[in-house]
Unconditional design. Structure first.
Lengths: 161, 184
């Protein structure tokens, strides 16, 4: 069980870290993809969704940089230098920013652990079904009172006779 | 699950929720404080100007608002792509030249802008008053700004005495400069 949980957590962490930008996209970025990955500083939406003057100016700057042959990382770094890290639509995977990437998966893994533990506890607290014909309480009910049991036996014996 | 494990898990959950609530409260309080500055000045109060310390647009130094204590300051937030800022720039330059002998400083805060564009703007309008650059716009929230241009007037004691959202008129500029220069 613990091993399975560890595997799930590891897989989620790998998912968070995985899927880096494709090399082709890194070397030859398009304006459209950078518009989705950068934020307009005044309107706090992605460039793709903004028509503000600064968004237009940023698009023009990105276009010039693409034509000059800059890579995606270089263009993003230039934008961060001008406007700070808040210009990135997704926080970079470094330092404190890791928290933003891992917290959702951590939350999911934590919830899975809690649900598993609660389910195990609930299953353990249920009374185990007793084996058939094992005397009093054989049907899962409470054992019969000995006086009552003796009386039932007497009645059955009289009935048989 | 042992009792101890349960307690530890509960403590972790409570700490996590408490920290998230704390973060939310901190953000709300900060926003409220900045919005409170605007309403306080509109009510005629004179709250202390929030600290401001930013790199110069031209040059390697930094300028702090506190370094102008004893002088009145026109604190103008602008960007080169902002149309009304183009109207305000010559008025600010003229006011700076006219009143600097009386102890007035115009401090431009260029924010959310490309530095090169800002320098071109300064050259085009022949601005000689001090200007700082705040690319990420980190100072905007503290002053309750919602756009460009916006202007605060700070008196000699470092208190906010007037505020105009959007483009100011010549009358507003002059009247608020007098208010900032006049000891209360």
């Amino acid at each position: 069980m613990t091993r399975a949980l560890a595997l799930v957590v590891a897989a989620l962490a790998v998912l968070a870290v995985a899927a880096p930008a494709a090399p082709a996209s890194e070397q030859s970025p398009t304006l459209a993809e950078l518009e989705r990955e950068l934020v307009c500083p005044t309107c706090e939406t992605t460039l793709a969704m903004s028509n503000s003057p600064i968004a237009d100016r940023m698009r023009a700057d990105i276009r010039e940089r693409i034509e000059a042959g800059q890579t995606k990382s270089e263009i993003k770094a230039a934008m961060v230098e001008q406007f700070g890290e808040a210009v990135l639509a997704a926080p970079p995977r470094s330092g404190f920013n890791w928290l933003a990437w891992l917290l959702p998966f951590g939350g999911l893994a934590g919830a899975a652990v809690v649900v598993t533990l609660l389910a195990r506890r609930w299953l353990r607290s249920r009374p185990a079904p007793a084996a058939a014909g094992s005397g009093p309480g054989a049907n899962g009910g409470p054992p019969l009172d000995p006086v009552l049991e003796r009386r039932v036996d007497e009645e059955l014996a009289r009935f048989d006779a | 699950m042992t009792r101890r494990t349960t307690l530890v898990l509960q403590a972790v959950a409570v700490a996590l929720v408490a920290s998230l609530v704390g973060l939310l409260a901190w953000q709300v309080v900060n926003k409220e404080a900045a919005a409170g500055l605007v309403s306080a000045v509109q009510r005629g109060e004179t709250p202390a100007a929030p600290p401001l310390d930013l790199p110069e647009l031209e040059g390697d130094g930094r300028i702090s608002l506190a370094s102008y204590r004893g002088q009145a300051v026109v604190l103008n937030f602008w960007a080169s792509w902002c149309e009304p800022c183009k109207e305000e720039a010559p008025m600010l330059e003229a006011a700076w030249k006219r009143h600097r002998e009386r102890g007035l400083v115009v401090l431009g805060v260029n924010a959310q802008d490309f530095e090169d564009d800002a320098r071109d703007f300064v050259d085009r309008y022949g601005l000689t008053y001090p200007i700082v650059h705040d690319g990420p716009g980190s100072s905007l929230g503290r002053y309750g700004l919602t756009g460009f241009p916006e202007t605060w007037w700070v008196d000699r004691a470092g208190r906010l005495v007037a505020y105009v959202q959007g483009e100011f008129t010549q009358e507003q500029l002059d009247a608020n400069i007098e208010k900032a220069l006049t000891p209360s």
